[in-house]
Design a protein around this ligand. Structure first.
Ligand code: ADP
Ligand code: MG
Length: 238
């Protein structure tokens, strides 16, 4: 039985249907890359799995570890081991990095968490989590906190455009850390290099998965459509 099984979900926000019969499943320990053009519904799917406010499921079901979680609140899903790293990295003024990392999980070693995301503890542990940090540093610190939670499913939503806050290699390193912990990762990314290391990939178009399977084949299919991928109703398994 898969760890995450999404069956035919429909999600509407303000009368607009953002997910339209979306089906996706992920095994335990699987790294699954999610591709798709801007506005396809990738972030909406991430928020819907996490149970964020406004992203309720109107039909279909989301099962996590044998349990239907449609009606669970965000903190209940977090307790089951689902976690989401936002597109925009955190910025909490007035809290030190050490406190930010340990408040969620007392007993963890904040130095170890920082090292795992490539930040030197002596330089960062006692700094404040504020505007003096670069976007990339804040993103790393956020990922360190996600690793510290030791999630069973980590959803990583990479920014759609603009400046990349983390290099492909940084993201690969973080995924390797999740793999070590046996976590499953749903990875929303535009970087081909990253998609390649996933176990499976899916292409999302207008709120539906149109193609799922071998990452290299999904990328090839996406590229072959060069932007017009959402104009046809494909449903194939590669
Ligand atoms: P992606 O992450 O694939 O770029 P999103 O999930 O962010 O796509 O958005 C999917 C569609 O839903 C877009 O057309 C977007 O404008 C719309 N959308 C996102 N959030 C809301 C909202 N809160 N209210 C209305 N429409 C929204
Ligand atoms: Mg998005």
């Amino acid at each position: 039985m898969p760890l995450l099984e999404i069956e035919n979900i429909i999600c509407r926000i303000e009368e607009k249907e953002l997910l339209s019969g979306l089906t996706l499943s992920m095994e335990r320990g699987e790294v699954h890359a999610l591709l798709g053009p801007n506005g396809a519904g990738k972030s909406t799917l991430a928020y819907t799995i996490m149970g964020c406010e406004g992203c309720a499921v109107h039909a279909g079901k989301i099962c996590f570890d044998h349990r239907v979680i449609n009606a669970l609140a965000i903190h209940e899903r977090a307790r089951l081991g689902i976690t989401l790293a936002w597109q925009e990295p955190v910025r909490f003024e007035g809290i030190s990095i050490r406190d930010y990392l340990t408040v969620k999980r007392p007993g963890i070693d904040p130095c170890d968490c920082l090292k795992r995301v490539g930040l030197a503890p002596e330089a960062f542990l006692h700094r404040m989590l504020d505007a003096s940090l670069s976007g990339g540093e804040r993103k790393r610190i956020e990922l360190a906190s996600v690793l510290a939670l030791n999630p069973r499913l980590a959803i990583l939503d990479e920014p759609d455009s603009g400046i990349d806050m983390l290099s492909a290699q940084d993201i690969l390193n973080v995924i390797a850390e999740f793999r070590k912990n046996g976590a499953s990762v749903l990875l929303i990314t535009h970087k081909e290099q990253i998609v390649e290391i996933a176990d499976n990939a899916s292409l999302l178009c207008r709120g539906r998965i149109v193609c799922t399977g071998n990452p290299a084949k999904v990328v090839a299919y996406y590229q072959s459509k060069s932007g017009s991928v959402c104009e046809e109703e494909a449903c194939l398994y590669v």
